[in-house]
Design a protein around this ligand. Sequence first.
Ligand code: NDP
Length: 301
Amino acid sequence: QCGSRGGGSGFVGRELTRLLKSKGHEITIISRQPGPGKITWADVESGGLPPCEGAVNLAGESILNPLRWWNESYKKDLFSSRINTTRILAQAIAASPTPPHSWVLVTGVASYKPSLQTQYTEESDWTPFDFLSRLVKEWEGAGQLPENSAKKTRQVIIRPGAVLGRDGGAMKQMMIPFWLGLGGTLGSGRQPFPWIHVSDLAGIIAHSLEPHEGPPSTEPDVFNGVAPALNTNFEFTKELGRALKRPTIFPVPGFFLDVFLGSERAVILTQGQKVVPKRTLESGFNFQYPDLTSALKEIVG
Ligand code: NDP
């Protein structure tokens, strides 16, 4: 069995590769750079998709890259790195004489409007309201297969919260300040903090790649990629401090993050959404790390 993956060299992609290989699958990574076990986006555009049973897109310029100033060129890269790669894969799937049975696109919970009260499931209606939600809308739109292809290939969209794991994502950036005892709540700390352990996200992707019974729907199946525990930023901060045995007494003011990161992306940290993995649980997926204590114990321990 084999699968093709855009962004497979990244943080989530590496975890997914480990998981799929342990299940006996062969993987082809689609990358900007050629290399062993890899093909490039240009190869897919010119030569199509190699025969495979599943395709996943995880490619995208990092949103929380602290080394990049929030400006038009960065915003353009965030859009084009996601939308162009997604479009290339969707077009290659539609043109393939042997299309994969599953096509999984990983986007984000930025689709849902931050709120202290509202709980969102995959069934919640949403319309774009800011930069990041517009990005998700266009990104998911770019992945939509034409009707005749959608009858052959099951389309899945996974919307993860902050992905927590030892060797990448937000944790990598937070570990040093927290280790130094400089960690603290962000903004008010009351904002929801939707999160998922990287192993569980890889698990949901692998679960979505499994052959599905019955003809696929022409609309994508959406799964929220978040742990079922609903936590706030305050709870996350305290739990991480406890796991590291470090104090967390220095709150980071929201205005500092707005200035340092740009307010359009600082919302990821200073605001949040209460996201429930309703359909993910209904699909029979079992979380290995359903709560912060178990997730942070694995990451920090
Ligand atoms: P990474 O930051 O690790 O990047 C994934 C891959 O994207 C890279 O390995 C790279 O592959 C490719 N990439 C990077 N920049 C560009 C670019 N400018 N153009 C084309 N390709 C590029 O991502 P993660 O693994 O952390 O996340 C995977 C997906 O999940 C992303 O789309 C992300 O937005 C989404 N997501 C991640 C969250 C997180 O907390 N990590 C939270 C919510 C959503 P190569 O160098 O081989 O081309």
